[in-house]
Every structure is written in structure tokens, then in C-alpha cells.
Design a protein around this ligand. Sequence first.
Ligand SMILES: NC(=O)C1=CN([C@@H]2O[C@H](COP(=O)(O)OP(=O)(O)OC[C@H]3O[C@@H](n4cnc5c(N)ncnc54)[C@H](OP(=O)(O)O)[C@@H]3O)[C@@H](O)[C@H]2O)C=CC1
Ligand SMILES: CC(=O)N[C@@H](CCC(=O)OP(=O)(O)O)C(=O)O
Length: 340
Amino acid sequence: MTVKVAVAGATGYAGGELLRLLLAHPDVEIGALTAASSAGTPLGSLQPHLPPLADRVVGETSADTLGGHDVVFLALPHGHSGAIAEQLGPDVLVVDLGADHRLRDAADWQHWYGGEHAGTWPYGLPELPGARERLHGTRRVAVPGCFPTGGSLALAPAVAAGLVTTDVTIVSVTGTSGAGKSLKPHLLGSEVMGSTSAYGVAGAHRHTPEFVQNLSAVAGRKVTVSFTPVLAPMPRGILTTASAPLTGDAAAARRVYEAAYADEPFVQVLPEGQWPTTSATVGSNTVQLQVSVDEQAGRLVVVAAIDNLTKGTAGGAVQSMNIALGLDETTGLPTAGVAP
Ligand SMILES: NC(=O)C1=CN([C@@H]2O[C@H](COP(=O)(O)OP(=O)(O)OC[C@H]3O[C@@H](n4cnc5c(N)ncnc54)[C@H](OP(=O)(O)O)[C@@H]3O)[C@@H](O)[C@H]2O)C=CC1
Ligand SMILES: CC(=O)N[C@@H](CCC(=O)OP(=O)(O)O)C(=O)O
């Protein structure tokens, strides 16, 4: 089976990673590539790492240009997906890499993003309990934010098993590509190189409600999340340290994680003593995890590494597409990273 795929936001970081993966996908034919200000430009001048698509001219993003495809990926800024998706028809698989359809609570959307809530779609993190079943056959997918991907998978097994309390702390060190390609003074090389800085501290980051939604659904009761993102001088990758007070059997922690992820093709629980690194996940759809217990503090501590652009965005999107279309979930997705 060959599916014809369009990518809106093809000139951005998420769109570029998506196209890199789609070029290696045996069941995909790449159709329209669209954006906004860069419409009319050959893609090769904006995404030079994609030579097979260098001569493609970027189109404008509209229902007309995106029509006539089996799958449409929307890698657009927040707030732009709802209106386009409505015009694409119910039979087209629309995979939204933005935040528009992730949150279930319209009041949460209003509070964190503003504007009208576009509705909730099946969530593209298949490793969460029940998520894979909701993705089978769906024609709408909301891809998670990059931080909630690693952080939710770091804590879900412990929360589900009642190993920890419902009061969790998550600190995630991220590369700069998470912020997208547009010019921002705090992302200038001279600001970022040689410096690491926290932002969105003390409950101010808009991924907090997404963490709460994911982990509360797994726990079956409200989970509170204190989340701190930290910007680091690297282009890609997120290293998350998640912890919570232990209530269950500390000796069971490792078994719980190994059992939860035993059959997951993209989650690797590392051997004891080996710690995840972002560099080991670059370009791969793998989440690397290590589970440990801080006996003096009485806390479970889980460290997780992902590539924010691959498993954290584009890889998760392709994985979800595969499930929705009934393809093998792993098709076209690398599990091996690029090293060093
Ligand atoms: N970067 C990451 O790690 C992650 C990103 N995401 C999400 O993916 C989406 C894209 O992010 P990212 O690629 O990083 O952002 P970029 O800023 O790198 O790219 C944005 C893309 O959207 C296009 N665009 C901007 N405004 C419009 C518009 N009004 N109509 C149509 N196209 C438009 C841009 O085109 P042009 O070149 O013409 O300006 C560009 O192609 C966002 O919703 C983001 O939150 C999700 C998880 C992780
Ligand atoms: C470094 C950096 O700025 N990262 C972004 C992460 C955005 C993202 O990955 O997800 P969304 O799709 O929800 O925007 C941030 O903290 O807002």
C-alpha cells in the first residue's frame, strides 16, 4: 500500500525531521509541501539536509494545496490546525504536531494557549495505557509536546502501579530546536553557547497541563506536577529527570518498568548502572530510560532521554500514522541513533 502524504510547515524543524523520516518510509509518497512566508521557495534552500526534495517548491498552506492526500501532517504554530483540519474531510488522516488538539479540557486550553479550543483528538503517545487502541483506525491524531513524551513515559509505569505518590517533579534539559526555527533573541548563538538556563519555572510552562492530563489518566486520580524546563547549548535532545516519593515496594521498581515496556519497540530500559544520554538517541525514535531508587530521600528517580525532533515530534507522528493506517507500527522509524 502507498499513501500520499502532505506536510504543512515543511520548512520548519518539525517538518524537516518529518520529511527525513518519510523519505525512508516504504509506504509513503511525498506530495504537497507547504508553509507561509517561504511559499514559492525551493525546499533545498531551507532544508539542505533533504537532497531528494531539494527541487520541490514550497506551496501555500490551504485546504486546496493540502487536499487530495491520504495523510496530512500539520507542523504549524499553535492555533493554526483546527481551521485547516475542518476543511480536509473526515476520511483524510490528519496528524497534528502542534498543541491544538492535545488537551481534553477547553478551560485548560483557554488558560494556557488562549483562543477557542479546537477539540480533542486521540493522543499520539502509543506507549501510554489505552492510547494505542484509540489510535487504531483513527483519522485524527494529536502528537504530544516534546517534554510530555519523555516525562510521561518516565513516570507512567510507577504511577500506574501505585509505586509513588501523586506529587511528582520533572526537570527536563532541552536542546534549542524545541523552540522552532524562527528568530528569537534568547536563542542566538551568543546567548545559548556556554550557558544553561531554566525557563517557565514554577508551573509556568504550558506543558504542565499535558503532563497532568497524561499522568492523572494513568493514575485514575489527580496527579500534581512541578515541571522545570532547562535550555542547554545543544541543537537536539531532551534529558528528563523525573522523581516522586515512593509508596510502594522499592525492590519492585525495576521489575515494574521492565514489564511495562517489555514489548515496546521504542522504549529501552537500560541495564542497571547505565544512564541515558541525549547523544545516544539523536535521530532515533527510541526513548532510553533508567530507573533508580534514592533510599535516603525515599524517592523513585527515573532518567529518560529522547530526541525532541524524532520521538518527541516527527517520529511519534509517523508511529501514530502507522498505527492509524494499520501498518506495522515500526515502519520507516529508526531505533538506532547517530553517534558520536
Ligand atoms: N521543535 C520541536 O521540537 C517540536 C515542535 N512541535 C510543534 O510542531 C509545530 C512546528 O514546530 P517547529 O517546526 O519547531 O516550528 P518552526 O518555527 O521551525 O516551523 C514552523 C513552520 O510553520 C510554518 N508557518 C508559520 N506560520 C504559518 C502559518 N500562519 N500558516 C502556515 N504555515 C505557517 C513555517 O513556515 P515559513 O517558513 O513560511 O515561516 C514553518 O514551516 C509547532 O506547533 C510546535 O509546537 C512539537 C513538538 C516538538
Ligand atoms: C526549547 C523550547 O523552547 N522548547 C519548547 C518546546 C515546544 C514543544 O516541543 O512542544 P509544543 O509543540 O508544545 O510547542 C518550549 O519550551 O516551548
